[in-house]
Design a protein around this ligand. Structure first.
Ligand code: 5RP
Length: 234
């Protein structure tokens, strides 16, 4: 387990209060958080979690974190999730674990989103990490062409789209929602808000991995401590 990720996950526990409904993110850092949360639950903390993926649901069950069905929830106080890249305005690239659609639904419905990440995820400009875009399998080549065009038109250096394969190498990866993921080599994304806006206009795009104006706290894990950074979203 990376010590930096663990330090970020541990610091996120300070944001959790008794009685909260929590959005539980996906990925290795989020899973460390869930393990630590499970220890608190065993010690008497009362929370319920809304998982952002089937993997997260399994992890929460393993660690004794109670879950509530997303369709039975009217309020999510706080979501804790990882990220693939974080820029100085807390705009994120997410989706390295292929869970971006559900992650965004939950983050967007939450009062607050706290990102936990090791220091390697902090960047001046987004785009070195290929941007994941979740698409409907129907007409995927047409959709991929339009994504390429949007990335070119909004100033990304490249835009090449690559259909993500499953871990077994037997075909395209299928997300929890039954969609495909294309990973887009951008190089740089100079205007994330604009790129996000135009990607959202493509009918076959279910969701993209740019999280704009969602995170208000970023906890950066280092080897021996964690740095908490906050941004007002009032
Ligand atoms: C999953 C994600 C993850 O949060 C992201 O890939 C970071 O993962 P990790 O904590 O394993 O580095 O967006 O869709």
């Amino acid at each position: 387990m990376s010590q930096a990720k663990e330090n970020a996950a541990l610091a996120a526990l300070d944001f959790v209060e008794d009685g909260m409904t929590l959005g539980l993110g996906s990925g290795s850092t989020a899973e460390i958080f869930i393990e630590k949360l499970g220890e608190k639950v065993a010690g008497g903390l009362k929370v319920q979690g809304v998982p952002t993926s089937s993997g997260t649901a399994a992890c929460a069950k393993e660690n004794g974190v109670p879950l509530i069905d997303v369709d039975r929830v009217s309020k999510i106080h706080l979501t804790i999730d990882g990220a693939d890249e974080v820029d100085p305005l807390f705009t994120l690239i997410k989706g390295g674990g292929a869970c971006l659609l559900r992650e965004k639904i939950i983050a967007n419905a939450s009062d607050r989103m706290v990102v936990i990440a090791d220091a390697s995820k902090m960047v001046e400009q987004l785009g070195a990490f290929p941007l994941p875009v979740e698409i409907d399998p129907f007409g995927m080549a047409l959709t991929a062409d339009q994504i390429y065009q949007v990335l070119q038109d909004t100033g990304c250096k490249d835009g090449q789209t690559i259909l993500r394969q499953n871990a077994e190498g037997t075909g395209p990866l299928i997300t929890d929602g039954g969609h495909y993921i294309v990973d887009c080599k951008c190089g740089v994304i100079p205007n994330p808000g604009e790129t996000a806006h135009f990607l959202e206009k493509i009918p076959g795009v279910m969701e993209h991995g740019l999280f704009v104006d969602l995170a208000s706290v970023v906890i950066v894990g280092e080897e021996d401590h964690a740095r908490v950074m906050e941004l007002s979203r009032e």
